[in-house]
Write a protein that binds this ligand. Structure first.
Ligand SMILES: C[S@@+](CC[C@H](N)C(=O)[O-])C[C@H]1O[C@@H](n2cnc3c(N)ncnc32)[C@H](O)[C@@H]1O
Length: 306
């Protein structure tokens, strides 16, 4: 089977390279507004963030085939002590663009793998009412549909080739709206370091549940290339948009662009547009400064307690 993989470096608000109604599934995880340890100050305001997401949602609507699904992995974000309701705002934006709100799954991460901060420690220091701040171990997977799916639009042999493994479905409890999946750990030196990558298992389930073999999956916020890697492993073509040109070597490696040992007949294309940016070095520097400021503040409050 011949599969194609296109990576476009540029802003996903414009996906002109993708013709109308040609994508079978969208799996993506948008930037988490100005999350202090991922995207500090990437957007000038929350209004600009929401407007950007609305424009991307309209593009997703345009390129998606009738009846097909868009899965948006997201979570609310805490910036300078204020919580931004990304999950509810994205739900509203996608519905206003025309999508049916089909489901919300909860992706539950194991306790002990929390990536950022343990806010619950506040209550241990101040065991009184109103000091409760829970640690976050979940994200949402919002599932939107463009109209209704007509199963007759897919040839019978393609449906058969895409049959799901009911054993795994039952055993791993895919049928629940809470999925227990370990997150990508922020280990030093790993390919996805400093990228808020989602786990391959999450993408694998979504691709198997919502697309057929040989179809095309789009990720408008490709990041390290997780969606493209999994699409390839599952025999789907993939198109990815990514603003940050500095991620090209990581995507190349993760997707196996230079790996001839994989037995598929994959065609790769990389397009670098004028609106691509260089972000990673700058963002990593900002994140380092914030981490060291947070550590200093912690040390300061510990000294005050003694
Ligand atoms: C949460 S990360 C995606 C991580 C990805 N799911 C993975 O597994 O590696 C969001 C990505 O969106 C990119 N991005 C931010 N704004 C964008 C835009 N307007 N168009 C395209 N990509 C954008 C960021 O550079 C970042 O790599």
């Amino acid at each position: 089977m011949s599969l194609t993989f296109r990576i476009v470096f540029g802003d996903a608000q414009n996906m002109a390279e993708v013709p109308d109604g040609t994508v079978h599934l969208v799996v993506t995880s948008p930037p988490y507004f100005n999350a202090p340890f991922d995207y500090p100050d990437l957007f000038p305001s929350y209004d600009v963030y929401c407007a950007t997401m609305r424009t991307v949602a309209k593009e997703i609507w345009r390129v998606l085939m009738d009846g097909r699904i868009a899965c948006i992995v997201c979570d609310d974000v805490l910036v300078n002590g204020e919580r931004y309701p990304i999950v509810s705002d994205l739900t509203k934006i996608f519905m206003e663009v025309g999508f049916r709100y089909r489901d919300r799954l909860v992706w539950l991460k194991p306790e002990g793998y929390i990536r950022i901060s343990r806010r619950s420690g506040v209550l241990l220091q101040h065991p009184y009412p109103l000091y409760f701040y829970p640690d976050n171990v979940q994200e949402s997977v919002l599932i939107f549909q463009k109209g209704r799916f007509d199963y007759r639009s897919v040839p019978e042999e393609v449906r058969e080739a895409s049959r799901l493994d009911l054993n795994e479905y039952q055993k791993r409890k895919w049928y629940l709206n809470v999925w227990h999946i370990t997150n990508v750990l922020p280990l030093k030196g790993r390919l996805e370091e400093d990228i808020a990558a989602f786990p391959e298992e999450l993408v694998r389930r979504l691709i198997l549940l919502f697309s057929h073999k040989g179809e095309t999956v789009l990720d408008p916020f490709l990041g390290s290339g997780t969606t493209m890697k999994v699409a390839r492993l599952l025999g789907r073509s993939c198109i990815g948009y990514e603003l940050d040109l500095e991620l090209l070597p990581i995507i190349r490696q993760k997707v196996g662009m230079d790996n001839a040992s994989l037995l598929d007949d994959a065609q790769f294309e990389v397009i670098i547009r004028n609106d691509a940016r260089h972000l990673r070095t700058w963002l990593s520097e900002q994140v380092k400064q914030r981490r060291s400021a947070a550590r200093n503040a912690q040390g300061h409050s510990k000294r005050l307690e003694r």
